[in-house]
Ligand binder design. Sequence first.
Ligand code: FES
Length: 138
Amino acid sequence: MDRKEFLSQVGLGVATLLVPACIGGLSSCSKIGTSTQTPTNVDFTIDTSTGALSANGGYLIQSGVIVARTKIGTFIAVSAACTHEGTNVYYSSGSSGFICSRHGARYNETGVVTQGPASQSLTKYKTTLTGKNLRVYS
Ligand code: FES
């Protein structure tokens, strides 16, 4: 297979993947990889002794929920998808809140919007720490 043939086949493959997502219009194309759905019936447990949650300021995203360990060591959990257009937010311990890198929306540690363009809060979930195991639930 020469370069031209390879690019032709790869290009067709990518187009095949993207076209169905874009059929709804150009605005749908710009939202590929995002979701504005809020997880419901959340109930999972994370081992906090290793990984991102083992240190203050760390965070991870699991099942559409962002779980963070604040700078004072408490655990918080909110829906990960920005309520503006669905890009996952990240946790900033320095700002004591969640930030969306796409258009700059900010939320406090309880998920309340503190800066637009988002206008709706993130959904807050309950957390219970038992030993090293953190339960996150609705
Ligand atoms: S998608 Fe988050 S601010 Fe626009």
